[in-house]
Design a protein around this ligand. Structure first.
Ligand SMILES: C[S@@+](CC[C@H](N)C(=O)[O-])C[C@H]1O[C@@H](n2cnc3c(N)ncnc32)[C@H](O)[C@@H]1O
Length: 308
């Protein structure tokens, strides 16, 4: 069993044993970690592939890549890191003159390091600017998004991407603030508006319930980073890069993401390019959920490239 070493990587990886046993990295392999984050999973992969292997780490977030590099270099130098959207894996592989790899890992969403960075705006529990972009050089911020969307569009976003049942009520509250000239610029400002809109009772237990703003923040993050579009496109092309007999492992944290993975794997099976290894998605064990709350909504699916 893999035990987490905080000195090696500050992000506690989700389902590390399951990821490694499905991915099966071995000596000399070329493995792509397309969402390397702080390198939690990749540190384990690097140990398995040894000095003759190559780990290709991709992340949209330049800041987190620096952290990953610091931790990976403690293990070996058999890695290369790229700041890119994983949808551009073809460009990364072209630069390296590599056509096929022996495994691909996707661990979607944000890492705990991004959540803990106050200036990134991912977390509602700490004061920070409403940014939420993984790549801070591109795209619009959550603050801009909230300024641009109509009440109806906001409600649709909260409903579709956050599965927020009271999406209209939240959208109405934001619109009310906008109309009275309030600039919604910070995370805690938005969190308070959502809390008020959802009438959170005073005595609500922070331990038992998820924070009332969780769904709204998740929805905004998904839209700001266009996360589902990247995932759908990536999954369409992933088979092309996998060598026969190698595997793709995807961990998702949202039902819409999981649906895209399930559909892509089914399509791969129907064209005989993929063998599905997980009939149903794997979920984290109770003990892991107790130790790492982020793992509670994780769903892992894996598939193997056929030799066609
Ligand atoms: C959950 S974290 C990965 C954590 C990592 N497995 C670990 O153990 O440290 C997800 C990472 O994926 C990155 N990311 C999300 N969507 C991306 C995309 N479309 N392209 C590249 N990186 C992306 C985020 O910036 C974040 O660092």
């Amino acid at each position: 069993m893999i035990t987490h070493d905080d000195d090696l990587s500050p992000h506690r990886p989700v389902m590390p044993d399951e990821v490694i046993s499905f991915l099966r990295p071995s000596k000399g392999d070329i493995i792509v970690d397309a969402t390397i984050g702080a390198g939690g999973h990749s540190c384990e992969i690097l140990k398995k592939i040894g000095p003759d292997g190559l780990l290709i780490g991709i992340d949209k977030d330049a800041e987190i890549l620096k952290i990953a590099g610091r931790f990976l270099s403690k293990i070996s130098d058999s890695y290369k890191l790229y700041q890119a959207d994983f949808v551009n894996l073809d460009c990364v592989l072209e630069k390296l003159k590599i056509s096929k790899v022996n495994g691909i890992l996707l661990d979607l969403g944000v890492s705990s390091l991004q959540l803990d960075s106050l200036d990134r705006g991912f977390s509602f529990s700490k004061e920070g600017p409403l940014d939420m972009r993984m790549d801070r050089t591109q795209g619009i911020t959550a603050e801009d998004l909230l300024k641009r969307l109509s009440e109806r569009e906001m409600a649709d976003v909260f409903w579709k991407y956050g599965e927020e049942r009271k999406s209209r009520r939240v959208a109405r509250a934001i619109m009310y603030e906008r109309k009275r000239g309030t600039s919604i610029k910070t995370t805690t400002q938005l969190a308070k508006i959502v809390e008020k809109a959802l009438y959170v009772p005073r005595g609500y237990s922070k331990k038992k319930a998820i924070h009332p703003a969780t769904r709204v923040f998740q929805a905004l993050r998904i839209v700001v980073n266009d996360e589902l579009k990247s995932l759908e496109q990536f999954l369409n092309d992933a088979c092309v890069f996998l060598a026969g007999g190698s595997r793709i492992v995807v961990m998702s944290f949202h039902s819409l993401e999981d649906r895209l993975v399930k559909r892509a794997f089914r399509e791969g099976k129907s064209t005989s390019l993929l063998e599905i290894l997980t009939k149903r998605p794997l979920i984290a064990s109770d003990s892991e959920i107790r130790e790492n709350v982020r793992s509670r909504s994780a769903k892992l699916r894996a598939a193997e490239r056929t030799y066609l």
